[in-house]
Design a protein around this ligand. Structure first.
Ligand code: IFM
Length: 450
């Protein structure tokens, strides 16, 4: 009997984090203000009034954090670059200290034998450019491409895997639609226009990368939660299709098929984004790989008061699984279904499972150690589901746990912990959890014993 699942010999194992969530040092060494630096200061936006001002202080503790990753046997680290550390005003003058930090980070990783994987943008958009309209301003695509080019010129000799933008759906629809993320705007028209410009920005940055002739690969990273209609009733099915179109087709179709989902654009009516001739061509075929962030499954109900999509989402958990501390339904089969959907409907592109993980009610012992078996169960079940999708032919070439460290979980502040490593409040002391040692063994065995 086969009691072990084995991943392919060449498979990229890693962990991920993002600049605003871990770096801190929000206003030092010439860094400019981002929309998140501004947003966290608005009253009542973030639980407990938390901010990323200090976060995990990774900016100052980077060498020790890299050494810890090395000890934990992590082969690849996915980090994001803070746009305003490099360009304090979003464009124009470059801040050499910002470049220096990421240069040191990349060199330190390489010296530790850890492969660097960089994300150009993980939500911390420059406040100076927000004041010029932010993502709904069409110029945002060129601002981003100019920034990307500067980063490529300094780091692409050593970084060979690049995500352009992390979860553009979140930026557009939580930032400009629901207004629950920075910059806190509630305007459906702006949200869909921002979504189009995020894709255009991605496409233009990829053009710069390809024109630069760098050795490496570049892709887009999308949050693809699994969706299940609440019933077979026609209204629930149609609502599920609309939620799918907004979160999946709107981003996947232009990149992989060269078109937007037309029926969905028609549904948007007055919120339909303005798309100029040539835009689709800039976006089409712009991903060497797709980064998939996957956490949970939702049931979709038709809801007359459910915003412009007329939909309401409720968590779905597979039998015997509960929800995570985020209230998200746990359903490992949802991961398999999402990955196979990409294989079947988008011509089986190369995929990295770029984020997967869970916030759990971690309880430390007196030494700060967390025996987080719930997290291990979650990760293990999702890796088994991923492996099944790969057995069915999905072209998945890597997997990243979100996150290496407990960190700033956006509107929920520090109340939710996703890390493999516990970060103590105030002292910021790092203590690997049980899951970090479990993951180390998975990586060293390149598989899971069943
Ligand atoms: O913490 C976030 C991350 O920034 C983007 N993907 C989802 C994670 C968990 O909510």
């Amino acid at each position: 009997m086969n009691n072990k699942i084995q991943f392919p010999e060449i498979f990229l194992w890693g962990t991920a984090a993002s600049a605003y969530q871990i770096e801190g040092a929000w206003n030092v060494d010439g860094k400019g203000e981002s929309v998140w630096d501004r947003y966290v200061r608005l009253p009542d936006r973030i639980l407990n009034g938390d901010t990323g001002d200090i976060a995990c202080d990774h900016y100052h503790r980077m060498p020790a954090d890299v050494a810890l990753m090395k000890d934990l046997g992590i082969p690849c680290y996915g980090f994001s670059i803070s746009w305003t550390r490099i360009l304090p005003n979003g464009h124009g003058a470059v801040n050499p200290n910002g470049l220096d930090f990421y240069n040191r980070l990349v060199d330190t990783l390489l010296e530790a034998g850890i492969v660097p994987k960089a994300t150009l943008h993980h939500w911390d958009f420059p406040q100076a450019l927000q004041e010029k309209g932010g993502w709904p301003n069409r110029d945002s695509a060129d601002w981003f491409a100019d920034y990307a080019q500067i980063v490529f010129e300094h780091l692409a000799d050593r970084v060979h895997t690049w995500d352009t933008i992390n979860e553009p759906w979140v930026v557009a629809f939580l930032g400009y639609g629901a207004g629950v993320h920075a910059p806190g705007i509630c305007d459906a028209t702006k949200a869909y226009q921002a979504a189009h410009h995020l894709l255009l920005a991605h496409g233009k940055a990829v053009q710069r990368y390809r024109q630069g002739g760098y050795q490496g690969e570049i892709g887009l990273r999308l949050n693809l939660n699994h969706l299940i209609p609440a019933s077979d009733n026609e209204e629930d099915l149609a609502a599920t299709q609309r939620v799918y179109d907004e979160s999946h087709s709107f981003f996947l179709d232009p990149v992989f098929k060269g078109c937007y989902p037309e029926a969905f654009l028609e549904w948007l009516g007055p919120h339909r984004p303005h798309i100029e001739p040539g835009d689709i061509e800039s976006i089409h075929n712009s991903a060497d790989y797709l980064g998939i962030n996957h956490y949970n499954t939702d049931r979709v109900h038709f809801e007359i008061f459910g915003g412009w999509l007329k939909a309401r989402l409720t968590p779905f958990s597979a039998p015997s699984w509960g929800t995570t501390q985020m209230g998200w339904g746990i359903n490992p089969a949802g991961l398999k279904a999402e990955v196979l959907n990409i294989k079947e409907n988008y011509d089986n592109p190369k995929v990295y499972l770029a984020e997967n993980g869970c916030a759990m009610p971690d309880i430390p012992d007196e030494k700060g150690f967390v025996a987080d078996y719930e997290r291990i169960n979650y990760l293990r079940a999702h890796l088994i589901a991923l492996h099944e999708a790969m057995q069915d032919g999905a072209n998945v070439q890597g997997y990243f746990v979100w996150s290496i460290l407990d960190n700033f979980e956006w509107e929920r502040g520090y109340s939710k912990r996703f890390g493999l490593v516990r970060v103590e409040p105030i002292t910021l002391k790092r203590t690997p959890k049980q899951s970090a040692y479990w993951y180390r063994d998975v990586i060293s065995e390149n598989g899971i014993t069943l």
